[in-house]
Structure formats: C-alpha cells, structure tokens
Design a binder for this molecule. Sequence first.
Ligand code: CA
Length: 232
Amino acid sequence: MAKSKIIVIEDEPDIAEMIAYNLRREGHKVSVCRDGEQGLSRIRTDNPDLVVLDLMLPGIDGVEVCRMVKSDPVTRATPIIMVTAKSEESDVVLGLKIGADDYIAKPFSPRELVARVDVALRRGGRQVVAEPGERVVRGTLTVDLSHYDARVDGEPISLTPTEIRLLHFLAKHPGRVFSRAQLLSRVIGEDAVVTDRNIDVHVRALRQKLGEHDAVIETVRGVGYRFAQDDA
Ligand code: CA
C-alpha cells in the first residue's frame, strides 16, 4: 500500500508512541499531536490522508475535533478513526453520527490498529458501501447507514459500525445468499486482514443484539448468510 500521511491526536505519550511506531513500521508518515487545538491546525495545514483521534483530550475534546473537521468543506473528506475507552460509548455514537469513519476501543492490538487504518485508507473519501442517506426498512427493522442508526420497532439498537454495515448490506438484498468471502469484501473491505470466521463472530454479535428478531439473519449451511424474505 502507498505511504500515507497520518496525524495521530493523542495526549497519552505511551499510546501515541505505540500507534505512531506501528503505523510508521507500515511505511506511513506519522505526526503526533498532544491536544485538539494542535491537531486541528495540523489537519488544516498538512491535509493528511487519515486522522487517528483520541476522544479524551485536554482542551478541545475528540468529539469536538471530529465535528470541526467534518463540518469544514476543506477537511470533511479526511477519514477519522476514533480511539476510545469503553466508558465513552455515547461519545462513539455521537462521533459516528457527525461523520467519524470508524472507532477502535482501548486496549487494542497493533494488528487491529493497522487493519482498521488500512480499511479506512482504502475506503478513503469513496462510498464503497452506500450513498449517504441510504435507509433500508424491512418489517419493523430500519437500518440507516448514513447515521449508523438501526432500530427495531422504533427502538434503537446499539451496533458497531461493522455490524451496521453487515445488517444494512444483508437487509438490502433480502432472500439473497452471500458467502462469507463476499460479505467480508463488501462489508469489511477487500483483502481485509481477517479470516472468513470473522464474519461469523459479527453475525453472532448481531443476532444477539437483535434479540427476538434474530431470525431475520438466516444461516445457509455450507454457503453463508441471507436476510429472511419479507413475510408474504
Ligand atoms: Ca486521552
């Protein structure tokens, strides 16, 4: 993969160093900023290919940095991966709503970080999965990809970005069977550094969160998965 310019905004020196070290090892050009203000001005002057953004920052916090980057036409297309602690889940939802591209929860492995960065860089400003505003309604289920919002009977269900993309993709093609490899490339990104079984893990998590509606995702033995046909 071509070398990319990446800005890491993280105030904890150990984590910043770990992120920078692993991305540099992949050949990327990495600069580290310690707070939101510095990060924002750097994004404006350097025009990076990607930003890795910690949410808990001194001064301007990560969500605000994300909002400012995504509301400025000049910087809007820059992919942002948020770095979060588990306790910041509501900030993650907010961040995704205002345009962050993905998030990674602490503690994470270098391998996971590199994989997420690769996917976000490859996706870049392009819309691989859907047009903005794309919304699928199936029975009592609504999946709105542009807002990363999924609801059953009007009640929001808390899904990860990957689970949302997976559910949206399947629901868009009810009755059609997709292999694990197809789902991997459509939902996670081509040549993702993950195995076919990874899809099983996402499907399992997704079904759990769908609760009594889990039957909408059907397993087709030896083939893959499909979204159940609407009741005739
Ligand atoms: Ca922090």
